[in-house]
Design a protein around this ligand. Sequence first.
Ligand SMILES: [Zn+2]
Length: 394
Amino acid sequence: MDGIPNTHEEIQKNMENLIPLLQKYWKKVSYEKIPLEKNTMNEEASLFIQYIRCGGENERSLILMTGLHGIEGFVGSVMIEYFVKTILDQLYRDYERKDSIDNNSDENHGSVFDFNLHIIAGANPWGQKNKRRVNENNVDLNRNFMNDPENFLTNKNNSYFLLDPKINSSGTVKSFGFESEMVLLRILGLVLKQGIKKFENILLKGQQINRKGLYYQGKEYQPATENLIKLFNPFFENSSHTVFLDLHTGFGPRYEMSLVNSSFESLSSEQMKREFNYPRIVKTSSGDFYQIDGDMIDYLYRKWKIMNNGSSFYGTTMEFGTFGDNVSGLLRSLIAVCLENQAFFHGSRTGKIQEKVRSFFEKAYFPKETKWWNKAINDFDKACIGILKYYKFI
Ligand SMILES: [Zn+2]
C-alpha cells in the first residue's frame, strides 16, 4: 500500500496537511498540539496529541479519534485521511450537485457541513512514536478511564495472578519459535481448564498486579488520559447530538471492521445492523466481547448520563480485525503481545530475533497487506456513511 505512514512524525505531518482541506468545508478550523505534561514540552518535542476542531456553531458533533493504543494509530490516521480526502469530498460533490439542481446555491453560507468535526490523533503519542500499544508507563490507556479515580484503589482483577507468570516472562527472548511455543505451553492448561472466553476475560479486563505486565491499567490517571478528559469535557455541553468514533486494530474477524458498542448503548446490535446497513456490530455486554475496566467509551457514556441535558450520544470503537477471532487467531495475537512486551523489558538475544518479534507484532496491529487495506477502507466508508445518515449528520 502506498502512502501509509511509517513513523509517528509522518502521521503528524499527514494530519497537519488535512487542515487546508478542512478549511474548504468549515469557516472555523483550529489546531492544537497538546503536550503530554502540563506546561513542559516533554524531552521529545513530538510527544503531543493532535487536536483539529472544525466548526463549533452546529448542533451535531462528530469526533474521530485514533492512537489511544499507540501503534494502532498508523491504521487509524490513514482512515482519518480517507474520511477527509474521500468521504467529505464525495459528500461535498453530492451537495454541489443537489444545489445546482435546486438552483438554490448560497455562496455566502458558513460551512458546507451541518456538523462540527473534531479530529484527535496520536491520543497516546509515546505509544505511537515507539510503536507500542501502551504508554510511557506501560499503561493500556483504554483501561485507564475510570469515571471515579477512587476506582483505581478498589479495582482488582485478582484472577490475573494465575496468568501473570505464564504470559509475562522475565527472560531475554532467546528465539522467536522457542518463545512462542513456551507461551502456548504455559497457558495451555489454563485455557483448557477455563475455556478460551474466560481466559480472555481475565487477560483483557485490565490489571494492577504487574506494572511490566500485559494490560496494565495503572494506579492513577495517565498524562494522556488527563488531557483527553479535558478535551472531552465540553463535548456534551456544546452540542445536542454527539457521535464519537474511536479507531482501533487487532480485534475481530480478519478482513472485517467490527463496531464494538458499549453495554450502555440502548439500541441492540441487530437494530443497528439494519439502521446503519452495516453487518458487523457487537456489544461488550453480550458475550461477543470481553469486559473492560476503565474503558474510554464506557467512560463517555457515564459522563453523558450524568450530564442528563437531553442531548443524544453514540460512541463506539471501530476495530479492524487482523489475525482473526478464531482460537488460532486469538493465540497468535497473544503471542504477538507477549513477545513484544518481553523483548521490550528484557531484550532479545540478537537483533534479528528482535526484528522478528517486532514484525510479528506489527502484523497484529499495523498490517501492510494491500488486500487487507482495501477491505478495511471499504468497511470504514460503509460504516461511516451508515452512521452519519442514521444520526442525520448528512
Ligand atoms: Zn486498541
